[in-house]
Design a binder for this molecule. Structure first.
Ligand code: ADP
Length: 349
């Protein structure tokens, strides 16, 4: 009989240990009789420190204690979302279940089931922020277009010059909208697909991009210095995507560097990696913003970026693509001195 009971106990413990959800069992005095590893992870606590002790004295969470007591008093299951900090802030979904005797009159103990929903909530916040940002970004050009269109429709503008100026503004805002929508589609496509990497020639992609952007640089009298190491191996990439990365990075370097500036582009080999870097001597990025520029819609100077036709999405596209290539985009920059963006691709040889 004893062997049977102890086997049964082992089995239950094994099941509890393998659960993704945290489980804490307590007796009727709220003293812990069992805590599985998922629950220990959630509370960042060791089993020895908590077993046999009162819940409140080990978790230091008045809320958990309060809801457990309430479940005991009401003899009902209660579910709540709880914030817990030790040391990181976590959001936990907790269900408090009182265990009643056969007549359902007396509470013999309780079970708390815990799910860590911190990541889920974080994702929800990111998504909500994104929707709010997109709405805002779409509304700005739309409001301006509606304003000018109303003026054109309501008042008899005789002067063709004024009329043309208004139409030109409307056209510019329409262009901005279509670039924004293109960027957004591009971003969601990259985020939702995984791609096959092929062995390609880095140099070939760079040459194409330089051809595309040379005119922009010339218009601002900006010099390109391009250094490509000899005997570069082929690298693993999705051609069109890396082309997009180079366009975004080099176009930014041109945009945020004043006329007469200089842009240095390097491709070099280091071990089994091939590094790409683009360095400008433009306005640079303040230290506090350097982490954030890769976020969607983040711009150091919103007005300036808008003026230059920016959407604030370019670098988040870059970050996503580079990540899909198993690498990371990085930045070194000093305000007023210039910026350097770099990443590597893996050698295919
Ligand atoms: P945008 O469309 O505004 O250029 P990006 O996502 O490409 O959006 O870049 C985000 C922000 O990062 C820019 O608005 C700008 O403030 C900053 N930035 C990017 N590249 C550079 C650079 N080479 N020099 C200075 N600032 C830069």
């Amino acid at each position: 009989k004893i062997t049977e009971i102890s086997q049964e106990k082992n089995r239950i413990e094994a099941i509890l240990e393998s659960m993704v959800d945290g489980v804490i069992a307590v007796n009727k005095e709220s003293k812990v009789s069992l805590i599985n590893s998922a629950a220990r992870r959630i509370f960042n606590i060791e089993a020895e420190r908590i077993k046999g002790k009162e819940l409140i004295s080990t978790l230091f969470s008045h809320r958990i204690d309060m809801y457990l007591e309430r479940a005991f008093d009401k003899k009902e299951t209660i579910s709540r979302e709880i914030k817990y900090k030790n040391p990181e802030q976590k959001i936990i979904h907790a269900t408090f279940i009182p265990l009643l005797d056969e007549e359902e009159e007396k509470v013999n103990g309780g079970v708390i089931v815990l799910t860590d929903i911190t990541e889920l909530r974080k994702l929800e916040t990111v998504r909500n922020d994104f929707v709010a940002n997109v709405s805002h970004e779409l509304r700005t050009p739309l409001t301006s277009m509606v304003g000018y269109l109303d003026t054109l429709l309501e008042s008899d503008i005789e002067d063709p010059e004024t009329r043309d100026r208004f139409l030109k503004i409307i056209k510019e805002e329409t262009d901005r909208l279509s670039i924004l929508i293109k960027d957004l589609l591009n971003l969601s496509q990259i985020e939702s697909h995984s791609f096959d990497l092929k062995a390609e020639n880095f140099n070939g992609v760079l040459n194409k991009v330089i051809k595309l952007l040379r005119k922009n640089a010339e218009n601002k009298n900006i010099d390109f210095e391009i250094n490509i190491a000899e005997n570069l191996p082929l690298v693993y990439m999705v051609r069109e995507q890396i082309k997009q990365v180079l366009i975004n990075l080099i176009d930014n370097a041109i945009k945020y560097t004043p006329a007469g500036g200089k842009i240095k582009i390097n491709i070099e080999k280091e071990g089994d990696k091939v590094y790409f870097s683009v360095k400008d001597n433009g306005m640079g990025i303040p230290q506090v913003d350097q982490e954030r520029i890769f976020e969607r819609f983040y711009r150091v100077d919103k007005a300036r970026s808008r003026e230059l036709g920016g959407t604030g999405i370019g670098l988040s596209i870059v970050r996503n693509i580079v990540k899909q290539h198993g690498s990371e985009i990085q930045v070194k920059s000093r305000e007023g001195a210039g910026s350097e963006f770099y990443f590597y691709l893996k050698s295919a040889e």
